[in-house]
Write a protein that binds this ligand. Structure first.
Ligand code: AMP
Ligand code: MG
Length: 418
């Protein structure tokens, strides 16, 4: 067999992202119980079914009064004509010289326009059914004080959460406040992960001389979960075409297949062969470092069309490629509006030298000093160096056409967290 020639031109990162992203769109909508909906993306706009709060209510435990009584009529001792708890509907009407005991959240009685907290009166909390029928106001309040207006938070009919919103704890609280117990969300994509390599074994399994433990399955599976996807992790597959093919076939119902390793130019790198045999390669090779040998293609698995991304086997390459190409499509399938990581500008602590015109993603730790960001570069940037990933919370970019970025100069950094 002839050795493979490397004549194919490497694709620019931006172009590769465009191609991959354009092949994915949001998945179907499902209804989930509110309690299970965290980290899903809303599939429909949610409008307020009623005002929140629904009624004008008290912000304090105290007395609902007429402001005029105290300021204009100079009445300091008011007759207490009722009591409203947080759960009560207020039936009473307040006449001149009267007050109603009211607890936080209680509906403001008709005729009242302000609430005087207990602290400003001669009264305090009372247990039981009885309470004093008079109250002295020691310190007045301003007109309207301590009243939470109906609809102040959300007006009936207003947009509460937009489709595409990632449901976080506060958004679950808002939905709960409107009594919404079934939430329309986009289902999560199921991503199959297949680690390949004769030398790779699972932690916990017996390891023969020369073999290494599989770190990629764990990096990539947990990164999928962190992005919001569901993982279908397969057993490690050796470098045998039939084994890779049968593993891939078992993933025909997933939304995406990620293979790891076997995608370079080695004698046992068979992923491209499988893609060609079972479907088509869209592209192979990206003008980036690390991560050059990534392959993207579509498989036809007994009538099911499933996309496959072949990540390189070196753990740093696999992870950087995941960040640039896989995480965004997981978010896209989940229906998120914002699929890209945040970027900042940061000053480098050392030079980045670009020797071969590829777009470089340098592992850095971002620090904030004197109101500017500093990107501390890890001392070993090789694609097998796991400690560089443990160290880093950012990827500093050195563009293709840039030969060197000097220490102290600013460059763009992709933030890997948050
Ligand atoms: P490959 O892309 O299969 O040629 O692998 C490139 C390098 O990454 C080799 O040194 C492999 O041993 C290593 N490698 C491949 N898969 C894994 C894995 N799952 N965990 C850790 N290292 C791996
Ligand atoms: Mg391999």
């Amino acid at each position: 067999m002839k050795p493979e020639k490397s004549t194919s031109k490497l694709l620019e990162v931006k172009k590769a992202q465009e191609i991959i992203f354009s092949n994915f769109s949001n998945l179907n909508s499902i209804d989930l119980p509110l309690i299970d909906s965290q980290n899903y993306v809303l599939s429909k706009d949610i409008f307020a079914p009623f005002n929140l709060p629904e009624k004008d209510n008290s912000a304090m435990d105290g007395f609902a009064i007429k402001y005029k009584d105290i300021i204009d009529n100079k009445i300091t001792e008011l007759k207490v004509v009722g009591r409203v708890g947080a759960e009560n509907k207020s039936e009473a009407y307040l006449n001149k010289g009267q007050a109603i005991r009211i607890m936080t959240g209680g509906e403001i009685p008709k005729g009242a326009d302000s609430v005087v907290p207990f602290e400003n009166t001669d009264s305090g909390p009372m247990r039981g059914l009885n309470y004093p029928k008079k109250v002295t106001i020691n310190t007045p309040v301003n007109l309207g004080d301590n009243i939470r207006e109906a609809g102040l938070d959300y007006k009936k009919g207003s947009l509460v959460l937009k489709a595409g919103h990632l449901l976080n704890p506060p958004s679950l609280g808002v939905l709960a406040s409107f009594g919404i117990n079934n939430v329309p969300v986009i289902r999560k994509p199921v991503i199959s992960v297949i680690s390949t390599g004769n030398e790779v074994v699972m932690p916990g399994d017996e390891r023969k001389p020369g073999q290494i433990y599989d770190s990629n399955s764990f990096i990539i599976s947990s990164a999928i979960k962190e992005s919001g996807g569901e993982v279908n992790l397969l057993n490690i597959v050796g470098d045998r075409k039939e084994d890779i093919e049968s593993a891939i076939l078992s993933c025909r119902n997933s939304d995406l297949i990620i293979s790891i390793g076997g995608v370079s130019k080695g004698d046992f790198d068979l992923i491209k062969d499988v893609l060609l045999e079972k479907g088509e390669i869209n592209f192979w090779g990206i003008n980036m470092k690390p991560g050059k040998p990534l392959a993207f293609g579509r498989l036809n698995l007994e009538g099911e069309n499933v996309f496959q991304i072949g990540l390189p086997g070196n753990p740093v390459s696999a992870y950087v490629c995941f960040e640039l190409f896989v995480r965004p499509i997981i978010l896209k399938m989940m229906g998120a509006n914002d699929i890209m990581r945040k970027k900042i500008k940061a000053k480098l602590t050392n030079d980045i030298t670009n020797t071969d015109g590829r777009r470089m993603y340098t592992r850095v730790k971002v620090l904030e000093e004197n109101n500017e960001f500093i990107a501390e570069i890890y001392n070993n940037q090789n694609s097998n160096i796991l400690s560089s990933l443990v160290f880093a919370d950012g990827l500093a970019i050195c563009p293709e056409d840039c030969k060197v970025i000097k220490s102290g100069d600013e460059t763009e950094v992709i933030l890997l967290e948050g």
